[in-house]
Design a protein around this ligand. Sequence first.
Ligand code: NAP
Length: 316
Amino acid sequence: MTKERLITGKTKLLGVIGHPVEHSLSPVMHNAALAQLVVGVRVSVSEREASGREDIANLGLDYVYLPFPIAPENLEVAIAGFAAIDVVGFSVTIPHKQAIMPLLSEITPLAQAIGAVNTVSRQNNQWVGTNTDIEGFVAPLQTTYKQDWSQKVAVILGNGGAARAVVAGCHQLGFAKIHVVGRNVQRLQEFSNSWSNSPISENLQVHQWEELPKLIPQANLLVNTTPVGMYPKVNESPLSGEEIANLPKGAIAYDLIYIPKPTQFLKQAEKQGAIAIDGLEMLVQQGVAALKIWLQQEIVPVEVMRQALQKHLGLG
Ligand code: NAP
């Protein structure tokens, strides 16, 4: 029997800020988790066993997660308002990921390195920003596909915001070489320059699209961070059949896109004998990392979050 979710005077506020924000999947995922925690239904046996805790039921956490559409010109006043009404934390999406940074008291080194914040929490009456996209991106590479990456080569298509988290994630995993491929020479150069004070620059090289034929045969991990192939243009791919034919058998093809699942890019790569990872798990895991920060606890119902998204997207 489903218990009614009761919002009371004690319910604490979480949310997502963006403009627009109505298409955000975060409320679906986070409210599924929060409903689970408030009614005290047990998380999966494996999660409870991993935690070593038996008392995970009846946590009695009382939170709700709301979408907040905030126009850029209202960002500062909205964040001041959030402090006034004791918002516990919030996710940040387009177009606020950079603009939020000057409004925060503290930004983690990871978020500073990426140059974008996607998660904010209230700590000691101050706003602290971080970026959980890296954690989301590396999660499947650290678990299901875990291996020694120190002799491996990553090739990343695109040099936008998500590519920054992917580069930082590949560096964290210890990749020997990280090649970023883009189509705009000036933006590529800016991307490269932005890492010049970071140890990441030692393993990072940027390339124009024409260089792909020589890079793809070296790739152990090939990541699509461009929006090419995203719904509704589901028949598009960032690579031609000819280009992807040179991907080594057994390489991992990782697409950050989660609709459709799989993308044309992943279908092409699988035909070449590659392992395919889609963007849904990254979405789930960046949310998991954020929820852990807000609730200040290591245990959150990951499977509930994954299933809520899959169901919402018609995949479950
Ligand atoms: P972004 O900042 O706009 O960057 C997009 C990049 O793709 C830019 O480098 C852009 O190049 C390049 N690009 C766009 N169209 C292209 C084309 N036709 N051919 C070649 N390159 C092209 O976007 P973003 O925030 O990084 O997001 C990128 C994708 O990742 C989106 O599909 C987004 O949904 C997905 N994403 C998924 C997750 C997840 O949790 N799974 C998280 C974040 C992002 P130019 O600079 O030349 O335009």
